[in-house]
Design a protein around this ligand. Structure first.
Ligand SMILES: Cc1cc2nc3c(=O)[nH]c(=O)nc-3n(C[C@H](O)[C@H](O)[C@H](O)COP(=O)(O)OP(=O)(O)OC[C@H]3O[C@@H](n4cnc5c(N)ncnc54)[C@H](O)[C@@H]3O)c2cc1C
Length: 410
C-alpha cells in the first residue's frame, strides 16, 4: 500500500469528500481515512436532513439520483403564524449523497481507507507530515486535511480548532409517514422545507418538517444549550423527548408513524472560527466550524470549504518551489472568509438575537416578513445591518438590552 500521498484527508463527509473530488480531478494522489466501515457507510455519520438548493447541486455537479425529493418553497413558522417564500430546493438522501462523493472521487483515483480512525497528526521537525490512525498505523502526505466534523482530532491536537462546548448545538430527526402536510390552520407544506421557531418545541433553537413526498417527511428538533434553552427547557427532557412531545401535540402528526431505521442525529458548533490552517495542515467543514449559524445549512458551506482547501493545496503542490507552509496556505483562509462564509459575524449575531427572542416576538417576525419586500429580506439574510434594522422595532429594546448584556458577559 502506498504510504506517501500528496494529500491525506481525515473524514469522508461533504467537506472531505469534495476536497478529495477536486484534488483527484486535478491528478493528485489523495487518500481519505474514514472511521466507519465501508459496508455500513454512512451509519452514525448519516446525520443530516440534507435540505439544499439548486446552486449547490449545479456548482458541485451533484446528480439527481441522490435527491430524495424536490421542493419549491421554504416556510418559516412561529407558534401561530407563518411566512412562505417560493424557492426551489432539494432534500437529499444524505447517505446516498455521501456514497456518491466517495465513488465519484474514486473514479478519478482517490483512495479510501475505511475502518480508519484518525487519532493524531504525525509531526516531525515542527511540521505536520502525516496522520496516525487506529492507534498505531501511519500514512504520510505533503498536506494533511482534517475533515472529521465536530470530532476534529487532528485540528484540536494542533491547536487549530477552538470548538467550544457552550457553542455545541445538537439535533435529532425522525423520518415519518402518515404526516398531514396540508392541515387546516397551518401553511401547506406540500413540497416545502419548513423551519419552526417555537420554544415550546425547541427551546433555544428550532424544529423542522421537510416534505419528502406523499405523506412522508423528515421531522426534527435542534437547539443549543444557551440562556434561552435554560429559560424555556422542560425539566428532565432530553432532545428526543422534545421531538416526541411535538409529535404527540401537533395535529399534523396525529396519524404519523416513524419509518423504521430512518433517524438521524448529530451536532455542530455555532460560533466564529478560530485559525483554519498551519504549516502543511488545513481544517475544513464543521471541524472549523463552517455550517451556517442561522438555519444550519452545512452541506453547501462545508463543500465550499473543501473546495477552497483543494485550491490552496493545488496552488502549492503544482509548483516544486512553493512548500505548503502556513504562509503559502493562507489563501485557504482568504477564500474561506471571502467566498465560503463572508457574513459569518453578522449571521452569528442574528442567530443569537433570534434564539433569545420570546415566542410572541416570533409571531410578530412572521408578520414583519410578510410585510417587507423580497429585496430587503434578501439583504437582511445576507447580514446587511440596515435591512436587519427594518425587522426590529421599539418593542425590541428590552431584547436588545438582554442581548447586549449577554455579549458583555461573554
Ligand atoms: C440533525 C442535522 C440536520 C442537518 N440538516 C441539514 C440540512 O438540512 N441542510 C444542510 O445543508 N446541512 C444540514 N446539517 C449540517 C450538515 O449536515 C453538516 O454541516 C455537514 O454534514 C458537515 O460536513 P463535514 O464534512 O464537515 O462533517 P461530517 O458530515 O460530520 O463528516 C465527517 C466525517 O468524518 C468521519 N470521522 C469522524 N471522526 C473521524 C476520525 N477520527 N477519523 C476518520 N474519520 C472520522 C465521520 O464518520 C464522517 O463521515 C444538519 C446537521 C444535523 C446534525
Amino acid at each position: 500500500m502506498n504510504e506517501d500521498y500528496d494529500v491525506v484527508i481525515a473524514g469522508a463527509g461533504p467537506a472531505g469528500g469534495q476536497c478529495a473530488r477536486d484534488l483527484a480531478a486535478r491528478g493528485y494522489d489523495v487518500v481519505v481515512l474514514e472511521t466507519e466501515s465501508e459496508a455500513e457507510f454512512p451509519k452514525q455519520s448519516n446525520k443530516s436532513t440534507a435540505g439544499t438548493f439548486p446552486s449547490m447541486m449545479a456548482s458541485f455537479g451533484v446528480p439527481d439520483d441522490v435527491v430524495q425529493h424536490y421542493t419549491d418553497s421554504v416556510v418559516l413558522e412561529s407558534p401561530s403564524d407563518y411566512y412562505v417564500q417560493d424557492q426551489p430546493g432539494a432534500v437529499l438522501d444524505f447517505a446516498a449523497f455521501k456514497r456518491y462523493l466517495v465513488e465519484d472521487s474514486r473514479a478519478d483515483g482517490a483512495e479510501y481507507r475505511f475502518d480508519a480512525r484518525a487519532t493524531a497528526p504525525i509531526v516531525e521537525g515542527g511540521e505536520v507530515v502525516g496522520v496516525t490512525y487506529n492507534g498505531d498505523e501511519e500514512v504520510y502526505g505533503e498536506i494533511v486535511v482534517d475533515a472529521t466534523g465536530p470530532a476534529a482530532p487532528l485540528a484540536k491536537k494542533l491547536g487549530v480548532s477552538n470548538l467550544e462546548r457552550e457553542n455545541h448545538a445538537i439535533g435529532v430527526e425522525y423520518e415519518l409517514e402518515g404526516v398531514d402536510v396540508d392541515h387546516p390552520g397551518f401553511a401547506d407544506l406540500t413540497d416545502a422545507m419548513m423551519l419552526r421557531l417555537d420554544h415550546e418545541i425547541a427551546p433555544g433553537g428550532y424544529s423542522w418538517i421537510f416534505h419528502t413526498g406523499e405523506d412522508t417527511a423528515k421531522v426534527g428538533v435542534c437547539y443549543i444549550q444557551n440562556d434561552s434553552h435554560r429559560k424555556y427547557a422542560k425539566s428532565d427532557f432530553a432532545i428526543d423527548d422534545y421531538l416526541t412531545h411535538w409529535m404527540e401535540t401537533d395535529p399534523r402528526f396525529e396519524g404519523a408513524e416513524r419509518i423504521e431505521g430512518r433517524h438521524h442525529r448529530g451536532s455542530a458548533h455555532i460560533q466564529l472560527p478560530g485559525t483554519l490552517y498551519t504549516d502543511r495542515f488545513m481544517a475544513v467543514g464543521d471541524t472549523v466550524p463552517t455550517v451556517d449559524p442561522l438555519w444550519g445549512e452545512g452541506i453547501n458551506k462545508c463543500m465550499q470549504s473543501g473546495r477552497a482547501a483543494a485550491a490552496a493545496a493545488d496552488s502549492c503542490l503544482k509548483h516544486a518551489d512553493v512548500p505548503p507552509t502556513a504562509e503559502n496556505l493562507e489563501v485557504y483562509d482568504t477564500l474561506w472568509h471571502r467566498d465560503v462564509a463572508p457574513n459569518v459575524r453578522s449571521r452569528l449575531l442574528m442567530t443569537q438575537l433570534l434564539y433569545l427572542a420570546p415566542n410572541e416576538r416570533y409571531d410578530k417576525l412572521m408578520a414583519d416578513l410578510n410585510r417587507l419586500d423580497d429585496e430587503t429580506l434578501a439583504k437582511a439574510n445576507d447580514g446587511n445591518k440596515r435591512a436587519i434594522t427594518k425587522l426590529l422595532d421599539l418593542g425590541d429594546l428590552p431584547l436588545l438590552a438582554r442581548f447586549a448584556g449577554q455579549r458583555l458577559r461573554s
